[in-house]
Write a protein that binds this ligand. Sequence first.
Ligand SMILES: CC(C)(COP(=O)(O)OP(=O)(O)OC[C@H]1O[C@@H](n2cnc3c(N)ncnc32)[C@H](O)[C@@H]1OP(=O)(O)O)[C@@H](O)C(=O)NCCC(=O)NCCS
Length: 141
Amino acid sequence: MTIDDLEAVYEIECASFPQTSWNIESFLRELTANQFSYYFVIEKEDSIVGYCGMWLVIDQSQITTIAVSSREQGQGYGRQLMQHAKSYAEKSADILSLEVSVDNEKAMKLYEKEGFLYGGIRKDYYGPGKDAHVMWVKLNE
Ligand SMILES: CC(C)(COP(=O)(O)OP(=O)(O)OC[C@H]1O[C@@H](n2cnc3c(N)ncnc32)[C@H](O)[C@@H]1OP(=O)(O)O)[C@@H](O)C(=O)NCCC(=O)NCCS
């Protein structure tokens, strides 16, 4: 992901997370001021159709965001993004983890298929009454 990608990324972000979307400045900070972050996009015919971000701190890595444009979902882009994240993280990390809303069936299915296990619940993670599952996968196995 580069600064030039941010307008397209932000459009997908707002459509994907209407209640909790990050603003452009948050993405910009991740790209320019966070030495632990790694963000990437997936393109189809020169248009961005999805993106994913992660933090990689020594041997721990964490997905911060992943989304595919609603028009392009169900075609394997989410899977490709996650597989790229895992292969990048496994260069130095042993574990990749993430949080997912307990009612986000689609995302949980994707994570299960990519080997993620359920590690517990974070109460009110997305606001009052909006819990998250913590999921994690062991890398390099
Ligand atoms: C979650 C998300 C990234 C998946 O991206 P995608 O490109 O649609 O996913 P893929 O086409 O690669 O599908 C991967 C797996 O996800 C699951 N999946 C995808 N669409 C699904 C649907 N409509 N219903 C149930 N499971 C679904 C399936 O297990 C699928 O594997 P399969 O094709 O072998 O059955 C996408 O739905 C999205 O952007 N959602 C909104 C943002 C979001 O919720 N992000 C996650 C925050 S934690």
